[in-house]
Design a protein around this ligand. Structure first.
Ligand SMILES: [Zn+2]
Length: 86
């Protein structure tokens, strides 16, 4: 499990119980987010960080980081749902 939460006044806008944490900055402005991940995701963190950057750029363009959390979805291909997850 992975979550991306906006950091407001030096702390995350919402708490979670995930163990791993990285700080990601929006590529377009100074807004930072906390990427939290569970133990089973740590080996994918560098890929999650890239996804987080893309998601933050979208969040910036769509609503200027209005939302406290940004949804991250693992996809194996573009616009293709994973047949194993059905
Ligand atoms: Zn931004």
């Amino acid at each position: 499990m992975v979550s991306l939460t906006k950091i407001v006044d030096g702390g995350p806008a919402m708490n979670d119980t995930l163990l791993g944490q990285e700080v990601v900055r929006c590529p377009q402005c100074e807004q930072t987010y906390r990427l939290s991940y569970s133990k089973d995701e740590w080996y994918k963190v560098s890929a999650w960080l890239r996804k987080a950057e893309v998601a933050l750029r979208e969040s910036h363009e769509i609503d200027q980081h209005e939302q406290d959390t940004v949804q991250l979805i693992w996809r194996t291909g573009i616009n293709r749902s994973d047949p194993l997850r059905r």
